[in-house]
Design a protein around this ligand. Structure first.
Ligand SMILES: [Zn+2]
Length: 343
């Protein structure tokens, strides 16, 4: 079933690893077996997109050319053979991981740990920096009514990821949580989520604008990482490091109180941090990895937005041809919360 009336579309295409996207006219994709085509209404723009474009994950020749963008929201306009879970006209958002859906981890709703993971939307399959996008129906989850497209782009990664982190770390009313990178796209939502779980939040970021965003998201205290010693003076029961540099990792370990948990989710090749086993034992601290979110968590994240308990923070919206402007602001670390492309 096909409701697309055009054959070509505008897209930002990555032809080599790095930052240079080419704004082109390309064919509208068709839905293969098990797939659906989405008319994209908006697509989120965050550091994860830039990291993947720079080949942070892997540099595979067969993944180029590629249309990036994984936080896409739109309306289904075509379904391929064998698709029973989405229908034409349904509003959907994309699940980031191209998981198999059938292995033991997928069946446990641990899809990011899929044994047959094919890669990610916008990396191993074309994403939302285009007017249309074809994805496996498995990767398309319903968007609750009344959530506008731009706001909804924050749900499948920037809000679902903090929900997974909060559950992994078992955050609760007894916790004080340091969020490192609290003014960024995941950070402002991580701060809100930790507060929703009952924790007190110490937000760490650079510059007054990002600290103000952290406070607005509910941080009881906002500390400038550029102020020597200020963040290191804090003592907290949990740290969520959204930056992932040797500096932030060492900060996270240093400020952990006894029984504290350090949650790591932003990683880069070659980055390591020293950790003395004796510290693990003496203070009973825990270092936790947190990988994206399950489809179930993405759906719960959408409910939290629909109920008004989490507020999507998308501070800059542009047209597809101008997406490079948002990338520039991301690289300069001046973008508050998330950015988005709207169609
Ligand atoms: Zn699987």
């Amino acid at each position: 079933m096909r409701a697309v009336m055009v054959n070509s579309m505008n897209a930002q295409v990555l032809r080599e690893w790095g930052d240079a996207l080419v704004y082109e006219t390309v064919p509208v994709p068709a839905a293969g077996v098990g797939e659906a085509v989405v008319r994209v209404e908006a697509c989120g723009v965050g550091l994860t997109v830039l990291n993947y474009m720079n080949g942070n994950q892997q540099w595979r020749a067969e993944w180029l050319p590629r249309i990036p963008g994984h936080e896409l929201v739109g309306t289904v306009v075509e379904v391929g053979a064998g698709v029973a879970t989405v229908r034409v006209g349904e509003r959907v958002m994309a699940y980031f991981y191209l998981a198999c859906g059938g292995c033991d981890y997928c069946r446990l709703a641990h899809e990011p740990l899929c044994r047959n993971l094919r890669g990610n939307v916008g990396v191993a399959a074309d994403g939302g920096y285009a007017e249309f996008c074809a994805l496996p129906a498995f990767n398309l989850l319903p968007v609750p009514d009344d959530i506008p497209p731009v706001e909804a782009t924050a749900i499948p990664d920037a809000i679902a990821t903090p929900l997974h982190v909060s559950r992994r770390a078992g955050l609760g009313p007894g916790d004080t949580v340091m969020v490192i990178g609290a003014g960024g796209g995941v950070g402002v939502h991580m701060t809100q989520m930790a507060v929703l779980f009952g924790a007190r939040v110490v937000g760490v970021d650079v510059g007054e604008a990002k600290l103000a965003a952290a406070r607005q998201a509910g941080a009881a205290l906002a500390v400038d990482a550029g102020e020597p010693g200020a963040a290191r003076a804090e003592r907290v029961t949990a740290v969520v490091d959204l930056v992932g540099t040797p500096d932030t990792l060492s900060l996270g370990l240093e400020v952990l109180d006894r029984r504290g948990r350090l949650v790591v989710l932003t990683t880069f090749p070659g980055v390591t941090t020293p950790l003395a086993p004796r510290r693990l034992v003496h203070d009973e601290i825990t270092v936790l990895g947190s990988r994206y979110a399950s489809r179930w968590e993405v759906a719960r994240a959408a409910e939290l937005v629909a109920e008004g308990r989490i507020r999507p923070v998308v501070s800059a919206v542009t047209s597809l041809d101008r997406v490079g402007d948002l990338h520039t602001r991301l690289r300069a670390r001046t973008l508050i919360g998330r950015g988005a492309v709207a169609f």
